[in-house]
Ligand binder design. Structure first.
Ligand code: PEP
Length: 252
């Protein structure tokens, strides 16, 4: 893998303070010095400060699961700005996760605004794209992921992708136990890379594209062996230290 692997754990709305601490401690113990790839944890907002403390002195990176789309500060109840996330030690923020798009009505425009807001706060956005099962069955996967990606490319510009990570997450594979085959994933990853290459070949060649959707220790290596898969965005399996470490090792 020419690009440095990134294995990101999206804890979603799971865990407690005590469980989070235990998980980080087990990851640190199993990680050792790290093996060349990067490991990132994206806990719920309220645990960011704790996780920052517990990963101190380790190579583990901290990320947020979301970021406010506009406004640096003010009367925006419930929102968390990019500057606040940087302040508590985040280097990355996930934007456009399918759960945000489908359950909270985030449009391509909102996702593009979040991408820009993250970068304005010096965070690396991890931009998620992916088709639903109905779209895959209808043969419109490429149309969906290109619409989602182009919305951000048009708004932020291709140069912004030299400071971003892309994640292909087929919605039908998230939390379902049904993983895309390595070939299915590679096909979409290569398509996404080509879309970026049409605007800038150098940025495209360096862009990390993660796969997400029921990644586990048992299927990780076959996915990461694919040319255009540069690591994983992991939900459920990131809550189990042994499983997440196995995935991390499969990428490095
Ligand atoms: C995710 O939430 O980004 C994800 C890929 O979840 P899971 O690994 O549980 O499918």
């Amino acid at each position: 893998m020419a690009r440095k692997a990134l294995i990101a754990g999206n804890w979603k709305m799971n865990g407690s303070l005590a469980e989070s601490r235990k998980l980080v401690s087990a990851l640190r113990a199993g990680l050792g010095e790290g093996q060349g790839g990067e490991m990132l944890l994206a806990p719920p907002y309220v645990y960011l400060a704790g996780v920052r403390e517990w990963i101190a002195g380790s190579p583990i990176l901290l990320g947020a699961q979301d970021v406010a789309d506009r406004h640096g500060a003010g009367a925006f109840t419930g929102e968390v700005s990019g500057a606040m996330l940087t302040d508590v030690g985040c280097t990355h923020a996930i934007v456009g996760h399918s759960e945000r798009r489908t359950l909270y009505g985030e449009t391509d425009e909102i996702v593009a605004a979040k991408f820009k807001a993250a970068q304005a706060a010096k965070l690396v956005p991890i931009l998620c794209v992916g088709e639903t099962l109905a779209e895959r069955d209808a043969g419109t996967t490429e149309r969906t992921v290109s619409r989602q990606l182009e919305a951000v490319l048009d708004t932020a510009g291709v140069a912004a992708f030299s400071r971003a990570v892309l994640a292909y997450e087929p919605v039908w594979a998230i939390g379902t136990g049904r993983t895309a085959t390595p070939e299915q994933a590679q096909e979409v990853h290569a398509f996404l890379r080509a879309l970026v290459a049409a605007r800038d070949a150098t940025i495209s060649a360096d862009l990390r594209i993660l796969y997400g959707g029921s990644v586990k220790g048992a299927n990780a290596r076959a996915l990461f062996d694919m040319d255009d898969i540069d690591g994983g965005l992991v939900g459920g399996a990131s809550l189990v230290a042994a499983e997440f470490l196995e995935i991390y090792r499969a990428a490095t």
